[in-house]
Design a protein around this ligand. Structure first.
Ligand SMILES: C[S@@+](CC[C@H](N)C(=O)[O-])C[C@H]1O[C@@H](n2cnc3c(N)ncnc32)[C@H](O)[C@@H]1O
Length: 301
């Protein structure tokens, strides 16, 4: 864990445009999740949650994934499951690195077609291997070591902030994100943007990681006042907004979104790890609220 001073210095350096460009040029794709079972798990979680609440997703539907990160595997799984089109919105263009992932996508496609039981589909009788293979061939093409996505099936919108998504009002059937909303700078505005693009009766599902990314066993970040936290983390690529479960609940409701399911997915076991003195934006929250370290939210517009 870095000291606050070291974090302020790192954050200020990260704000210098030339250094940012250099960091981006030296960047590598997010490696940690180039794992087919991770993609399958994410799709099954979000689409399964919407289906259990009455959605027919993804059959013939238009979906948005916010913050896909290092690979567009979820979009491929959704296309193979019958989605009409998938938009992948990320404020950082991780997928410029796709040339390194050709084999990952080839393996993912082979795996999907060989094991359709892992797809997020409501009625396996409606799934047809030939149609799925054709949809995938339409969505992605391989040439030597590069991968190209057909924007009519998989549209990668990046860099694009979730606060201003270039999609028409009420045009999306399902919108989801996984470990993203804790990173957006203005979560209330982002929820309003979601509310604008989701169709009335359309679904949303988000998994939000509320842990302290620098203190995974505790919540040391809550001790810093907002201005100091800003100095420490505003330019960092993995900026964490520190909002708690209660804040997110309020943002969704204020945006006119109806929450159908709200589940704490992780709880801080060791209450001693909550700092004795915490910044005033968290001081009104109960210990029970503060202990929530992960949230799964499903709802309808
Ligand atoms: C921790 S990664 C999660 C990636 C992926 N969903 C996963 O589960 O592996 C967070 C992702 O959110 C993206 N992100 C952060 N803030 C964003 C914003 N304001 N708008 C769109 N994407 C954002 C980041 O670029 C990154 O790809």
């Amino acid at each position: 864990m870095y000291s606050p001073i070291a974090r302020i210095v790192r954050n200020q350096l990260a704000g210098i445009p030339l250094l940012r460009r250099w960091r981006d040029a030296c960047g590598e794709p997010l490696q940690q999740y180039h794992d087919i079972s991770y993609n399958v798990g994410v799709c099954r979680h979000h689409i399964g949650a919407a289906q259990r609440l009455g959605s027919l997703a993804p059959l013939g539907q238009t979906l948005v994934e916010i913050g896909p990160g290092g690979n567009l595997g979820n979009a491929l799984i959704l296309i193979a499951s019958g989605a009409r089109r998938v938009y992948c919105v990320d404020n950082y263009r991780h997928v410029d690195f796709q040339f390194k992932l050709t084999q990952f996508y080839r393996d993912l496609i082979a795996d999907i077609l060989a094991h359709p039981d892992q797809l997020p589909i409501t009625d396996p009788a409606l799934w047809d291997r030939r149609r799925a293979a054709q949809a995938l061939a339409e969505a992605v093409t391989f040439a030597r070591d590069t991968v190209t996505f057909n924007p009519d099936r998989i549209a990668y919108l990046a860099p694009c902030d979730a606060q201003t998504i270039p999609l028409p009002d009420q045009s999306i059937d399902v919108l989801f994100s996984h470990a993203v909303l804790e990173h957006v700078k203005h979560p209330a505005a982002v929820c309003r943007e979601f509310s604008r693009i989701i169709k009335p009766g359309g679904y949303f599902s988000h998994v939000i990681d509320l842990r302290d990314h620098f203190d995974p066993c505790g919540l040391a970040m809550l001790r810093y006042p907002a201005w100091l936290w800003h100095l420490m983390s505003s330019n960092s690529h993995g900026h964490v907004n520190r909002c708690r479960a209660a804040h997110f609940e309020q943002f969704f409701r204020d945006a006119g979104l109806t929450l159908l399911q709200l589940q704490a997915t992780a709880i801080l076991g060791d209450v001693e790890r909550i700092p004795m003195v915490i910044s005033k934006e968290f001081s009104g929250l109960s210990i029970k609220q503060l202990r929530i370290l992960g949230l799964s939210v499903v709802g309808i517009r």
